[in-house]
Design a protein. Structure first.
Length: 180
């Protein structure tokens, strides 16, 4: 990524301003959104029969951590209070529950059944920095295999290639985020 990451959707820009999001958080939302753009574009090309709401995934990736406006210590330290409180925060400023859910679900994929869009936001939140999470990837492989009526080993091979492509930009994304 020799250039700036993809611009955030207007709703995310407005929310960052309204919630006075710290620059580091805004930078993180940029790089996760950038990874989500690349991820969803590659998935659409690799699995033309796969249907998911790409716009919803991109917005979800661009707003998933806004709960950290309330829990700024979680910008630098582990924690999940931002996930628990984030959806309510977004709803309090007029975001629909349908979109605000991404604050909660981006980290909840291991504990509840989620639609593909939510899993893809969780995946973008890890792959942006090159991190691979086997259990999350297995859930996505199973969903894609079911929809595409393909063998899971076949879907895994394609998804693995897609994720390697997205992860190839991780060093540049990390360097870009580190400026904030």
């Amino acid at each position: 990524m020799s250039h700036e990451p993809q611009p955030l959707p207007e709703i995310a820009i407005d929310l960052c301003q309204k919630l006075d999001a710290p620059p580091r958080l805004v930078a993180h939302l940029h790089v996760v959104h950038d990874a989500a753009v690349q991820l969803t574009d590659l998935l659409k090309k690799s699995f033309p029969q796969l249907t998911f709401d790409q716009c919803e995934v991109l917005i979800g990736a661009a707003i998933h951590d806004l709960g950290k406006c309330q829990h700024q210590n979680e910008l630098y330290a582990p924690g999940n209070r931002h996930e628990i409180d984030g959806a309510a925060l977004l709803e309090s400023v007029g975001v629909s529950a349908e979109l605000a859910r991404f604050c909660r679900t981006h980290g909840a994929w291991a504990s509840e059944e989620l639609p593909l869009e939510d899993l893809l936001v969780g995946l973008a939140d890890t792959i942006w920095k090159g991190q691979r999470v086997d259990d999350l990837e297995r859930l996505i492989v199973a969903k894609i295999a079911l929809v595409s009526e393909s063998q899971e080993w076949y879907v895994f091979g394609i998804l693995d290639s897609v994720l390697e492509n997205v992860a190839a930009n991780s060093v540049a994304r990390l360097a870009w985020q580190a400026k904030y």
